[in-house]
Design a protein around this ligand. Structure first.
Ligand code: KG4
Ligand code: ZN
Length: 343
């Protein structure tokens, strides 16, 4: 089965064709970064306007690169939530019209589940259950994953998403856009011990795996001097010290979940899964005492950010099972349908 996957949840106009949920035949991502860069953040009105201008061209390019005509598709999958409403609507309505005109099945998917699916499009395919680490600009979740559409949230941010913290710090200091990419790059030239930023302390009871980023953001943006260790720190030192703390906050909860659940495979997804320090720190844990058997699976960098291939892959699994979405499916800014349960 060849499925067209479309994602317009944020600032990438993305379409891909994936065969049998595994083989990527094409994966086209038209980034809007230059249009948002001067505002140092995504402008929702510009994003939805660009999606409207580009969607047909991007879908056609995905078909051309896959060497297919529209009539050879077996289904259309699209992100319907979560994301920016005006942006989601462009892809969702396009996909509905496309599927209706071609008389092929239509399925609306959850963007975060699609991020989790991304690593399955690469070499390694872990067995369920495993731990999921979903880290993007809008969401940060540690979850138990029992199937491609069956996840239980163990912990989540109680305020800002981790990617959002990267973006806000980068915007405040003019480090560049997108913030996560700029900080990751700058941090390589910086001294991560130049500042000692505070770690949140809410690891009790039902918040055992939760975490928080607003305190770190406030410390870096408003109280920098209070946490300075080194004289004459550089912007690179700020980036490195912030990134180190941001990653440690996430890992503290993640490693606790690894220990408590005994699930030693962690599958990451989302834009922040591209972070080089996060990838290195998790890899480093292999063989270490605390999480000795840990196996970490990260999607290739090309599938960490938003893309249509992950949507097509997840869409295939749902369609294969017989799921279909009605043509009156609505878009939603928020996540719908995750079971929330604390062990
Ligand atoms: O998944 P994604 O492309 O879009 C959302 O669904 O939000 O994630 C975008 C987020 C942004 O906050 C961006 O700054 C962050 O991922 N990001 C990174 C890196 N690359 C992208 N954060 C840290 N390090 C990176 N290398
Ligand atoms: Zn995303």
């Amino acid at each position: 089965m060849k499925i067209l996957g479309i994602d317009t949840s944020c600032d990438e106009t993305a379409a891909a064709v994936v065969e049998n949920g595994e083989t990527i035949l094409s994966n086209v991502v038209a980034t809007q970064i230059p249009f948002h860069a001067e505002y140092e953040g995504v402008v929702p009105e510009i994003a939805s306007r660009k999606h409207t201008e580009w969607i047909a061209v991007v879908v056609q390019e995905a078909l051309d690169k896959a060497g297919l005509s529209a009539g050879e598709l077996d289904g259309v999958a699209v992100t319907s939530h979560p994301g920016m409403l005006g942006s989601l609507l462009v892809g969702l309505n396009f996909a509905k019209a496309f599927a209706y005109a071609l008389k092929i099945p239509f399925i609306a998917v959850n963007h975060m589940l699609a991020h989790l699916y991304a690593s399955r499009l690469a070499e390694e395919r872990p067995d369920y259950p495993f731990l999921g680490l979903l880290v993007s600009g809008g969401h940060s979740i540690i979850c138990r994953v029992d199937d491609f559409d069956d996840i239980t949230v163990l912990g989540a941010t109680i305020d800002d998403a981790v990617g959002e913290a990267f973006d806000k710090v980068a915007k405040h200091y003019g480090f560049g856009y997108p913030g996560g990419v700029a900080i990751d790059r700058m941090a390589r030239q910086g001294d991560a011990s130049a500042f000692r930023f505070p770690m949140p302390n809410l690891y009790k009871g039902e918040h055992r795996y939760d975490f928080s980023y607003s305190g770190l953001k406030t410390a870096v943006v408003n109280q920098l001097e209070q946490f300075r260790v080194k004289t004459d720190p550089t912007p690179e030192d700020i980036a490195a010290s912030f990134q180190k703390t941001a990653v440690e906050i996430l890992l503290r909860s993640l490693f606790r979940a690894v220990e408590d659940t005994g699930l030693a495979t962690v599958v990451a997804g989302g834009g922040v899964a591209a972070n080089s320090l996060l990838r290195a720190r998790i890899a480093e844990q292999r063989g270490a005492e605390r999480c000795g058997a840990l196996r970490a699976i990260f999607p290739p960098l090309s599938l960490c950010g938003d893309n249509g291939a992950m949507v097509a892959g997840l869409g295939f699994r749902l369609l294969e099972r017989g799921d279909r979405s009605p043509l009156d499916t609505v878009a939603s800014a928020r996540v719908r349908g995750f079971k929330k349960k604390y062990p």
